[in-house]
Design a protein around this ligand. Structure first.
Ligand SMILES: [Zn+2]
Length: 65
């Protein structure tokens, strides 16, 4: 039995950090992100990737996301 606790803790922190940043990068009006960049916003995309990656790790370990 491998101890995944460190991996899970790290993944959960990454997911929560990515979601916190994403909260400030919502699609706004006129094809712009709420941060003022044109969509697709590179910050939002990077955070979405981080969120997906670490959520996938948590799902694979059956730890929830
Ligand atoms: Zn943005």
């Amino acid at each position: 039995m491998v101890n995944h606790s460190g991996v899970v803790e790290t993944a959960r922190k990454q997911v929560s950090a990515a979601r916190a940043v994403m909260a400030g990068h919502r699609p706004a009006s006129h094809g712009c992100c709420s941060c003022g960049r044109h969509l697709p916003c590179s910050v939002a995309l990077a955070c979405a990737r981080t969120n997906e990656h670490h959520s996938g790790i948590l799902a694979a370990l059956h730890q929830g996301a």
